[in-house]
Design a protein around this ligand. Sequence first.
Ligand code: NAD
Length: 330
Amino acid sequence: MGVLHAGNLTRRVGCAEVGWVIDTAAERAEQTACELGSAWTTDLDRALEDPTVEGVLLATPTNLHAEMVERSLAAGKHVFCEKPLTLELETTLRLIDQADAAGLVLQVGFHRRFDPDWLAMARWSEAGELGQALIFRASQRDMVAPESTEFLASFGGLFVDAVIHDLDCARWLVGEVNEVQAHGASLSSPTYGELGDADNALVVLHFACGALGVIDYSRTAGYGYECSAEILGARGTIRLGANQQSHDVRWLRHGVQSVDHPLDHQHRHAAAYLAEVEHFAEAIQGSPPAGATGEDVVQAFVLAQASARSLLAGHPVRVESGSREREAAS
Ligand SMILES: NC(=O)c1ccc[n+]([C@@H]2O[C@H](COP(=O)([O-])OP(=O)(O)OC[C@H]3O[C@@H](n4cnc5c(N)ncnc54)[C@H](O)[C@@H]3O)[C@@H](O)[C@H]2O)c1
């Protein structure tokens, strides 16, 4: 993700310049810096000491976010951090407070909030033409599950790492969620189950407004990447389809029509990934906030943690809006 964001900032965001590429993998840092015409280092502090650096974009393994965000804010830099902000609620709250107190931007990578399709869905939903919301559905599918145990140990598990996007969208589009119940299976490798995680999962949601929701997630959908959703309302339905592509090429034979699928999230969400870093650069220059607020970041994380706990506990977990989850009687 770091290479993607740095490339977007350098080549496509007029008001931004990438001063440093930082990666403990020196070869990767040097190669990326060379391509972008930036300086490079393996040590974040070198960049933090540079007074011309105004903002830091962090796309390191998730278990490193907390410490790196804290150091960057302490150095007076604005921060864009990939999601999830941290792996602990207390730390998440503390960093948001730290940024607020210092008057610094702390943007978290909930890129769908900048995606044209999801934004259109939000506009329709906010316009009130759906009538009462009845059912929210979201599907997210990756083609191939990550195999490395290093990834599994450092990214926080399926719900906190990935389903968090759908949970954030559920709140954004329908409203607060009171209860989650997760089901999961470890189908591509027993490792997921051994770690208390899953590679395929369902989360059933109960919204405060009375609507129901269901999210399905697969890390092992061999056909391609999918990110689709629907809000079923009493007067209308908004549906975000599965095949969003920048082109529309179909293969037609008698009785058969096939459509290409995005390969992965970078392919599907290219516009959103650009728009979110463009916003970060503009926010540093004082443009009004957009995307997920600190409260959104916290609540999406609370729901993700509640889902992970529900999977382990085998029963629903209640979530009080604005507070921590508590387990529902099974
Ligand atoms: N928003 C999204 O759609 C999305 C998609 C994928 C990943 N992510 C998030 O992005 C983050 C990175 O994920 P990724 O898939 O790009 O991981 P990655 O493993 O591909 O890249 C992480 C990079 O960080 C470097 N690194 C490790 N420790 C470091 C340190 N101490 N200092 C500097 N560099 C260090 C690694 O060498 C590596 O190049 C994660 O938090 C992940 O959740 C978000």
